[in-house]
Design a protein around this ligand. Structure first.
Ligand SMILES: Cc1cc2nc3c(=O)[nH]c(=O)nc-3n(C[C@H](O)[C@H](O)[C@H](O)COP(=O)(O)OP(=O)(O)OC[C@H]3O[C@@H](n4cnc5c(N)ncnc54)[C@H](O)[C@@H]3O)c2cc1C
Length: 411
């Protein structure tokens, strides 16, 4: 039965969900407080990377204290008096245990493989924003190589198409990188995106398919009658009614926790990018393992993206961390020093402590749904999330294997 669905949030999760809901015959109104430019969904690194590990891992647990104190660490947690941060960090530490990591990886591997399948029609539809070229994970140190070998073994045993190349064999396949780069793992099923173009395409298609898209429209409150959602209130005072609500507002989903009477324990993990102009950009997209920087060539420009900073919900640009991106890239590609910086950006990843997204029917409400918490994998997991949340809205249960991602775990 066709329902009037209101979606809060025009990031990758809201737009892909709107697309799927329209495809299944629902009437969609998508509300976004911004312009659809500037969110994590446009500024991200653009790697669609099935098999990407979660943030909490056993290795991260060992390095946690150093990261809290080191301003130059890719994962930086500036100390601040916040009870929610403290309880998030404690839960995060628990999630780094090997057994939890193994469970989370299994769920994310399966979810990301499904998402990769669902990207196929989009690859045909929007070739200017998505290319199935695969991408590289490059290393320049013996420790990096050791990590790559472990990563290859993990991914191969989970069924992903990866291959390790070293020395000359590597440099015969990629050009534009310094000889110091000694090995690379190619992720053949990876897709490289131009996130800004992808988002604008999805917005256009949503409207072309009959969806209503309202930007500059901030939702301030969710109204309910007993167990049921009935309307959202905008900052203008206007109220919009619907048969069901999907909150896909990234990190800002937490602002609706009280209205929905749920806990959504997330922290904002700030990331940065710089756009550089280069006459001879590298010919392949790559994750620089030791530096934790992603290099995504886009014509004569190159996006360097990375860093993960738990400093709360704000858009403060910390120059030192922004500059780290180019500095760290220099040891893989010295000529990046001569490149002209065209623009700078930061944005917030919505991160749960347990490393899994939070998807599903809001406990205790018949017609309210949430899809958030995708951390470093929002683009990668977008299509599978859209499919799963649409199933939920259509009355289907989350499958058993995906139950650890159910928002109901925070009851
Ligand atoms: C530096 C960096 C690199 C990344 N690289 C990758 C990558 O390579 N691959 C990958 O898969 N992922 C990557 N990510 C993660 C990915 O970008 C996020 O997981 C994803 O964008 C989250 O999407 P979202 O739709 O949940 O939230 P967002 O993109 O944050 O969108 C939320 C939207 O909700 C709107 N909103 C908020 N509050 C309200 C309100 N009250 N009313 C109306 N609208 C509201 C906002 O305006 C915004 O448009 C990266 C992130 C960063 C920061």
């Amino acid at each position: 039965m066709s329902k009037r669905i209101i979606i809060i949030g025009g990031g990758i999760i809201g737009l892909l969900s709107g697309r799927e809901l329209l495809r299944r015959g629902h009437v969609v109104t998508l509300l976004d407080g911004g312009t659809l430019r500037g969110s994590a969904s446009t500024g991200n690194a653009g790697m669609i990377s099935p098999g990407h590990p979660p943030i909490p891992t056993p290795e991260v647990a060992q390095q946690a204290i150093r990261m809290m104190l080191d301003r130059r660490s890719p994962l930086y947690i500036p100390p601040r008096p916040s009870l929610s941060l403290l309880s998030w960090l404690l839960a995060f530490r628990r999630a780094c245990r090997p057994a939890h990591y193994s469970m989370v990886s299994t769920v994310l591997d399966r979810f990301s493989l499904r998402s990769r399948e669902l990207f196929d029609p989009l690859l045909q539809e929007v070739p200017e924003a998505l290319e199935a070229t695969g991408f590289w994970q490059l290393v320049r140190t013996p420790e990096g190589l050791e990590h790559l070998v472990e990563e290859r073994d993990r991914l191969e045993s989970a069924g992903f198409d990866v291959e390790l190349k070293k020395g000359d064999a590597l440099h015969a396949e990629i050009s534009g990188w310094d000889e110091d780069v000694q090995a690379g793992l190619v992720h053949r099923s990876g897709i490289v995106a131009r996130p800004d173009d992808l988002l604008l395409h999805l917005a256009d298609r949503l409207e072309a398919a009959g969806g209503q898209l309202r930007t500059g429209t901030k939702v301030t409150r969710i109204h309910r009658t007993g167990q049921a959602f009935d309307s959202v209130e905008l900052d203008s005072g206007e109220r919009i009614e619907g048969d069901a609500l999907l909150v896909a507002a990234g990190i800002w989903t937490t602002q609706f926790a009280k209205d929905l009477d749920i806990r959504i324990p997330m922290q904002a993990a700030k990331g940065y990018h710089v756009m550089l102009e280069m006459d001879d950009p590298p010919d392949a997209a790559a994750v620089l393992q030791e530096a934790c920087v992603v290099v995504n060539p886009m014509g004569h420009q190159v996006r360097l993206a990375g860093t993960l900073e738990l400093s709360g919900i704000n858009d403060r640009m910390v120059r030192r961390r922004l500059d780290m991106l180019a500095e760290a890239t220099r040891s893989y590609m010295a000529r990046v020093e001569d490149a002209r910086r065209v623009s700078e950006w930061n944005g917030l990843r919505p991160c749960t402590a347990d490393g899994l997204p939070a998807i599903g029917n809001v406990p205790g409400m018949s017609n309210a749904f949430v899809a958030t918490g995708h951390a470093m994998m929002g683009v990668t997991l977008g299509p599978a999330t859209a499919e799963m949340i649409t199933d939920c809205i259509d009355g289907r249960a989350i499958p058993d294997w995906a139950e650890p991602m159910n928002i109901a775990r925070y009851r």
